[in-house]
Design a protein around this ligand. Structure first.
Ligand SMILES: [Zn+2]
Length: 347
């Protein structure tokens, strides 16, 4: 087991710890476990040991109506400001749990058992909690870190294959923006990693979490450096919202597009650009997707990170190194639309 402490957030990520040891980490408080239907079906006997609240399934659970449902159930069950919330699930469940914990009676302590690769390497680290507002992702939320996150690679075995690949999209992102060695590790161990070999997965999750933790430690409120974690996400979110691609798949397409733009806008070598795209393909992730000009337009204008008429866009200078470039929205739009029409590098 490896643990990573995020100092300025007083949050500990436990990688390789078994979820069965959860009691070691819970305070002497009335604890409510929150999960979705899938997780309940897989881990029923474990969950039945807790007071639990089951909230539907899918993206629909990240809404006001689930927040209301959870609050209602907490009140019915006699929760008070001394209660503890334990979210068990992927990013959606953890996001909602953390959000409810942050606002219920002005805030409860909470922790997560993270069950998806995507949430183990990404969603659970950094203290972002929130819900969607209509089509807009994470429009309402808070920065508030969980006390602990258990990342048990054994839990990944019950994930559908497509969700595993989606998680790899996010891990690969960390390699692209920050860690050439991790890039090599992913290249060299594709088979074993796609088969979720536990020792290698523990290593992989640890490395990805370390990168994110470093960045978050240095920039807890996303003022600068942390923006690099958004590599592939501006376009990725537009695609995710207008297709049936998973988050990791959409981000993969977004990263491929941003990589092509990097060749033109910040001197990424064409060989490195090809290596980036081929790693995504090795993990069976898509690198192109048809998307309409209106979709891109709508999203760039609504992007919550937008800064007047230009947008902070993340590009690669080389494998393992990213930069933040402020690009006029009109420029970006026409370049992205051109790349979507013609998925070859811009000449
Ligand atoms: Zn992401």
């Amino acid at each position: 087991m490896k643990s990573i402490h995020i100092e300025n957030q007083n949050s500990t990520i436990l990688i390789g710890e078994s979820y069965l040891n959860i009691k070691k980490y819970l305070p002497e408080k009335k604890c409510f476990l929150i999960c979705d239907e899938n997780i309940y079906a897989h881990y029923k006997s474990f969950i039945d040991d807790f007071d639990h609240i089951i909230i539907g399934c899918g993206e629909g659970i990240k809404t006001w109506s689930s927040v209301e449902k959870i609050v209602e159930k907490l009140l019915e069950s006699g929760a008070d400001r001394n209660s503890y919330l334990l979210g068990m699930g992927g990013g959606l469940v953890c996001d909602v749990t953390g959000f409810v914990a942050s606002i219920f009676m002005r805030g409860l302590e909470f922790g997560f058992i993270s069950t998806s690769l995507l949430s183990q390497v990404d969603a659970s680290v950094g203290g972002k909690n929130g819900i969607n507002f209509g089509k807009l992702k994470n429009m309402i939320g808070v920065f508030n870190p969980p006390q602990f996150v258990i990342c048990d690679p054994q839990l990944l075995k019950t994930l559908p294959e497509r969700e595993v690949r989606s998680g790899f999209g996010e891990v690969i992102k960390h390699a692209f923006i920050k860690d050439k060695d991790l890039f090599q590790f992913l290249n060299d161990n594709r088979e074993a990693l796609l088969n979720l070999q536990p020792d290698l997965m523990e290593d992989l999750i640890y490395r990805a979490v370390s990168i994110k933790t470093d960045v978050v430690n240095n920039d807890p409120f996303e003022k600068g450096e942390r923006k690099k974690l958004n590599f592939g996400h501006t376009i990725g979110h537009a695609i995710e919202n207008n297709s049936d691609l998973t988050h990791g798949e959409a981000v993969s397409v977004g990263m491929a597009l941003a990589t092509k733009l990097s060749e033109e806008m910040c001197g990424l070598g064409s060989e490195e650009s090809e290596e980036v795209i081929s790693l995504l393909q090795k993990y069976e992730l898509p690198v192109t997707h048809e998307v309409s000009a209106e979709t891109i337009n709508e999203f760039l204008l609504k992007d919550k990170k937008k800064n007047r008429s230009s947008i902070d866009f993340i590009l690669l200078t080389k494998i393992g190194e990213a930069c933040i470039k402020s690009i006029p929205i009109e420029d970006l739009k026409s370049k992205v639309i051109q790349l979507c029409k013609d998925p070859k590098p811009i000449q």
